[in-house]
Design a protein around this ligand. Structure first.
Ligand code: FE2
Length: 240
């Protein structure tokens, strides 16, 4: 299977500073996989809602709004906690960090434009608004497919050399602090379900213990219920 996280023709990664690895950035690709998976589902879920079926559009719209909100939190954490450190400690990476900042702004603009469409479609299940919304999500996926890939390929290897493990973990802590538990638990299930089996144990061990316990106590059930409602008739992926 081809790895998605590779350099495309014409792209140039910044030099990676010498020295030992200070943090383990593998969790970034796991988080990015979950967003890519979510936004691959988004246009299909929207187009599958029958015109006027507002019960279904309310449910799907809530799921999409949660996905958008969590993407925003993820980018906000990097904006606040990562870019300045990289620019200061690895100046040769500054150009790439500038590209990451610009791509975040582009994603933010997509989310800003999609937000009123999402609200209107959620309330009405209007098929024309739904089609515009599905198209907007396709365009957003196009931008994310480049941004999330390039961040892993070009920026994470530099971060692993100049950012301490404690500083790296602040990114996850930012997300855990900003995402309400009701949203976090089913999204964690989605993340675990979209993670290749061989990468799961390391990720689960790295999760804060209270989050692990909450997921086992009630999070998995919330995820499974949500998944059944989102994808009726499909087998629910097993999560640890
Ligand atoms: Fe990221």
């Amino acid at each position: 299977m081809n790895d998605f996280y590779v350099t495309a023709p014409g792209e140039v990664a910044p030099p990676v500073p010498r020295g030992p690895m200070l943090c383990d950035g593998r969790d970034m690709r796991i988080v990015h996989n979950a967003f890519l998976w979510g936004y691959q589902q988004a246009p299909v879920l929207v187009r599958d809602v029958a015109p006027g079926d507002t019960a279904r559009s309310a449910f799907v719209g809530r799921w999409l709004g949660d996905l958008d909100a969590t993407l925003h939190v993820h980018h906000e954490g990097e904006d606040q906690l990562l870019w300045d450190k990289l620019e200061q400690r690895a100046p040769a990476c500054a150009l790439h960090v500038g590209q990451m900042r610009a791509q975040h702004a582009q994603v933010q603009e997509f989310l800003r434009q999609a937000a009123p469409m999402l609200v209107a479609w959620t309330r009405t299940a209007d098929p024309d608004i739904g089609e515009a919304l599905a198209t907007a999500y396709e365009e957003l996926l196009g931008v994310l497919s480049t941004h999330l890939r390039r961040e892993v390929v070009e920026v994470v290897p530099v971060a692993e050399k100049v950012v301490s493990q404690q500083e790296w973990e602040q990114l996850a802590e930012h997300g855990l602090g900003a995402i309400p538990r009701s949203r976090l638990m089913p999204q964690l299930g989605m993340l675990l379900a979209s993670t290749p089996a061989q990468e799961r144990p390391g990720f689960v061990e790295g999760m804060p213990r209270p989050v692990r316990v909450m997921y086992r106590l009630f999070g998995r059930r919330q995820f499974e219920k949500q998944y059944r409602l989102l994808f009726p008739g499909q087998p629910v992926p097993r999560t640890p």
